[in-house]
Design a protein around this ligand. Structure first.
Ligand code: FDA
Length: 393
């Protein structure tokens, strides 16, 4: 005999737990199934263990999707302030780090504990380490086969996330279910991910490995001003992760190191006041020493500042602040924070997250083709899409 629930949610991540809280709170019987040993594993490791749980400025402009309007409704109906109210009701101390990014003062585990206690209050049942073997349409809803026997659900919510960090149990399961029920998929790809360089460039940049600097990284019309990190594989840091969601193979990106400074003006002023200095000495006052040395050597700049023409100074400054690089690739799902693309929003109702062609079947969170910038936006999408879905069940 199959057990019966009004709602079965596949995936006890951020979106699935939020949906369970809302649906259970509205009196629905709810079962959440997950194959992992613990719920909310990505919450636990997020934000360096402190979970950047939302971004107070989150709005549709901070998300990538084939339909940029799709996220509007859910984000408006369950906004960052709503999640923050929940956090405050649970007495979890938080702080704004930068750019509207809100983090726990203590631990990301506080967020998981909060969600679990809300789920308990809503009488939602959580079952872990359950392998789901198949999902089928049944006369009154859906039949979910698991290694522990079948379950029947009036409504089925798929919240199994994207493909990033397979080591943590991420799977493409949501896409398989979507395809089984005839929904379209926007090609998934790793996003918020470090970019790699071809071996020649990597060798040239190898002395810079480990250096972090403020930068503006540009790709087309998008630009992000945050830290840039040189690594032994290529480029990383928040500015690179942000741009990686827009970058495609074969594209160039442009780096401006220390974008708040005008390097050409600085060098020319130094030439006026003390022309007997070397360019490297002046740059070393503003940049890590190894970086200053790298730029000077790459441009073949030698001698005193007084010996450099305006043109030579402009070219040196441009190599620092208008530096075009063509990344070779990305580090892939192994280190990507999120998966870009996913279930095509054209097939979903933006108010309920229900598949238009399959009544009772819903998709929420990262598996949907809505991907946030770095900085708390992805969790906000998980909370918002989970909440509005729970509201509709
Ligand atoms: P999520 O991946 O959280 O949950 C999916 C659940 O489904 C998991 O519990 C998984 O075990 C389960 N599952 C998968 N396949 C299954 C199957 N076949 N059967 C059963 N269960 C299955 N975002 C942000 O806003 N702020 C931040 O600070 C960070 N930091 C961060 C750090 C790192 C290292 C990563 C990898 C990611 C982030 N993110 C983030 C992104 C954020 O973690 C992500 O967007 C959300 O967790 C997505 O929530 P979901 O609930 O959609 O999926």
């Amino acid at each position: 005999m199959a057990r019966k629930f009004d709602v079965v949610i596949l995936g006890a991540g951020a979106a699935g737990m939020m949906c369970a809280i809302r649906a259970g709170g509205r009196g629905r019987s709810v079962l959440v199934l997950d194959h992992a040993k613990a719920p909310g594993e990505k919450i636990r490791i997020s934000g360096g263990g402190r979970c950047n749980f939302t971004n107070i400025h989150a709005g549709p402009k901070n998300y990538l999707s084939a339909n940029p309007h799709f996220a509007k409704s859910a984000l408006a109906r369950y906004a960052p302030r709503d999640f923050l109210d929940l956090v405050e009701r649970h007495g979890i101390a938080w702080h704004e780090k930068t750019l509207g990014q809100l983090f726990c003062d203590e631990s990301a585990r506080d967020i998981i504990r909060m969600l679990l206690s809300e789920m308990k209050a809503a009488n939602a049942v959580l079952e872990l380490q359950k392998q789901i073997t198949s999902v089928e349409k049944a006369p009154d809803g859906f039949r979910i086969a698991t290694t522990d026997g079948p379950v029947e659900a009036g409504a089925l919510v798929v919240a199994t996330g994207g493909k990033s960090i397979p080591k943590m149990g991420a799977t493409g399961f949501a896409y398989e279910i979507a395809q089984q029920f005839g929904l379209e998929i926007v090609e998934p790809r790793p996003a918020l991910v470090p970019l790699t360089l071809d071996p020649n460039l990597l060798e040239k940049l190898s002395p810079l490995s480990g250096i972090a600097v403020p930068a503006e990284v540009r790709h087309g019309r998008m630009s992000f001003r945050e830290a840039l990190l040189f690594t032994h594989r290529g480029l990383s840091g928040p500015s690179i992760l942000q741009v990686s969601s827009y970058w495609r193979e074969g594209d160039d990106i442009t780096l401006a190191i220390e974008p708040d400074l005008d390097m050409a003006a600085l060098l020319k002023a130094a030439r006026r006041t003390n022309g007997r200095q070397a360019a490297q000495t002046v740059l070393s006052e503003r940049l890590p020493k190894r970086l200053a040395q790298f730029f000077v050597e790459s441009r073949g700049v030698t001698g005193h500042l007084a010996d450099l023409s305006d043109k030579a100074i402009d070219a040196l400054a441009a190599s620092i602040q208008n530096w075009t690089i063509r990344p070779a690739g990305s580090e892939g799902y192994r280190t990507a924070e999120v998966t870009l693309g996913g279930i095509d929003t054209a097939g979903l109702d933006s108010r309920t997250m229900q598949a238009k062609a399959v009544p009772g079947l819903h998709f929420i969170g990262e598996c949907v083709d809505v991907t946030g910038w770095l900085g708390g936006y992805n969790f906000q999408w998980a909370w918002s899409s989970g909440h509005v879905c729970g509201e509709a069940l």
